[in-house]
Design a binder for this molecule. Structure first.
Ligand code: DAH
Length: 344
């Protein structure tokens, strides 16, 4: 009987290993462990044995059954995997094509487009001026005194080259205000310009990067007043941040505007009441003011006849100030991590 058991076991193993399909395997299963399978049958025969032998052979039959069943299960899994692979290789040309993943514009580019659209709606023209420019356009004509700290190489990047006799050294522009000068020298009045460009400063922390973007507005014409400035700021803030946001201008100092202001917007979290984010209900947006008479004069415009306003804000800053965005480090915008960028 033990020999018979061994024969059944060997037979079962070789058949299972040769099985080519699940169906074949099923048949083998029935042949050995099914209700009238060979192992079931032999089990019934142990009643003929003495009680001692009965226990011993019974145990062996159970072990054999276990081995055969395990092998069947393993083989079944393998055959299933093979079948799946066969299906995967079987390309159905009528299936809809799988499109490659599609990228999108960088969040900063998206915001630049949005800002452009907002200003174009009220008649501003987007201009582009050099991002590497002479000191004269970036500082001198903007009424910066020779010893102003921004003209120091601790604040501004200078290009190593001989200064131009007329326009001085060359800098990576620290602000987009050089565009004001180039616009006034190049264009007919009246002017309604939006200049967006890359700007550079020697700085790097959670709210500053050495390269960032600014957007600058300049309006010059007859009878341009602070009312126009405030109206334009209100319009931008409501269009970009939402209709319920308020704008406030606060006296400040810039070389190229007089009077000059810092522009604040009411906090979107507490609506101007004061909270952890804003402290006193307002968030700083950027600078603005009425074009300084010296700047108009440097551009051959008569300050008695014409006036203008200007403003300059950070693109990354307005992106980060947008409600619901919790970007805690400006530099992540330039980290090129897809996990971050794909959220926009
Ligand atoms: N250029 C200033 C800066 O980068 C921002 C600025 C302030 C621009 C006032 C303006 C202005 O046009 O009127 O800090």
């Amino acid at each position: 009987m033990e020999e018979e058991l061994l024969r059944i076991k060997n037979n079962a193993i070789s058949l299972i290993l040769e099985a080519k399909s699940k169906q074949e395997l099923n048949e083998i299963k029935l042949q050995f462990v099914g209700r009238s399978g060979e192992l079931t049958k032999i089990f019934k025969e142990i009643t003929k044995l003495s009680p001692d032998k009965k226990a011993e052979v019974g145990k062996k039959i159970n072990e054999t059954k276990q081995i055969v069943e395990n092998l069947i299960n393993q083989t079944e899994a393998k055959l299933g995997e093979k079948a799946r692979q066969r299906v995967a290789h079987n390309i159905d040309v009528t299936d809809p094509a799988v499109l490659p993943p599609l990228g999108h514009l960088h969040p900063v580019t998206q915001v630049i487009e949005e800002i452009t659209n907002i200003f174009e709606r009220i008649g501003f023209t987007r201009e582009r001026y050099p991002e590497i420019d002479f000191d004269w356009f970036a500082f001198e004509a903007l009424n910066f005194p020779q010893d102003h700290p921004a003209r120091d190489d601790w604040e501004t990047f200078f290009i190593r080259q001989q200064p131009d006799p007329k326009h001085g050294p060359v800098v990576l522009i620290p602000h987009t205000s050089n565009g004001q000068i180039r616009e006034m020298l190049n264009k007919e009045l009246p002017i309604k310009m939006l200049n967006i460009a890359k700007t550079y400063r020697r700085q790097s922390d959670v709210s500053h990067a050495a390269m960032f973007h600014q957007f600058e507005t300049l309006v010059v014409g007859k009878n341009i007043s602070i009312v126009h400035l405030k109206g334009t700021l209100d319009y931008f803030v409501k269009s970009y941040f939402g209709a319920d946001r308020k704008t406030r201008i606060r006296p400040y100092h810039f070389q190229f505007t007089e009077p000059s202001f810092e522009v604040d917007i009411s906090c979107g979290v507490c609506d101007g009441k004061g909270c952890k984010l804003c402290k006193a209900g307002w968030l700083e947006l950027g600078g603005a003011g009425m074009v300084h008479p010296n700047v108009l004069k440097a551009c051959n415009i008569d300050p008695n006849e014409y006036s203008g306003f200007a403003s300059g804000f950070g693109v990354e800053r307005v992106l980060m100030m947008r409600e619901g965005l919790q970007i805690d480090d400006l530099r992540t915008l330039y980290g090129n991590k897809l996990e971050f960028l794909e959220q926009f």
